[in-house]
Design a protein around this ligand. Structure first.
Ligand code: 9UX
Length: 72
């Protein structure tokens, strides 16, 4: 089953940053949807844990220059 997670993304300063994070997420197999809100710095992600691990999603975002943070 798909999981839903919200990550805080540090390092985004403009709307294009948010689009860049979305683009990175959407490239990953198993990410069903990613929506980044530049106003709140939050990314809502729906993913299939059978296809992609959360750690892989976070690593891809980090590689693109932003800092994903899991909050509880
Ligand atoms: Mo524009 Mo956001 O260069 O880093 S994409 S500020």
């Amino acid at each position: 089953d798909n999981k839903v997670i919200e990550l805080k993304i540090e390092g985004m300063t403009c709307a294009a940053c948010a689009k860049a994070v979305e683009r990175v997420g959407k490239k990953l197999e198993g990410v069903e949807s990613i929506s980044v809100n530049i106003a709140t710095d939050k990314a809502n992600i729906i993913y299939n844990p059978a296809k992609v691990k959360l750690s892989q999603i976070k690593a891809a975002i980090e590689k693109s220059g932003y800092k994903p943070i899991e909050e509880q």
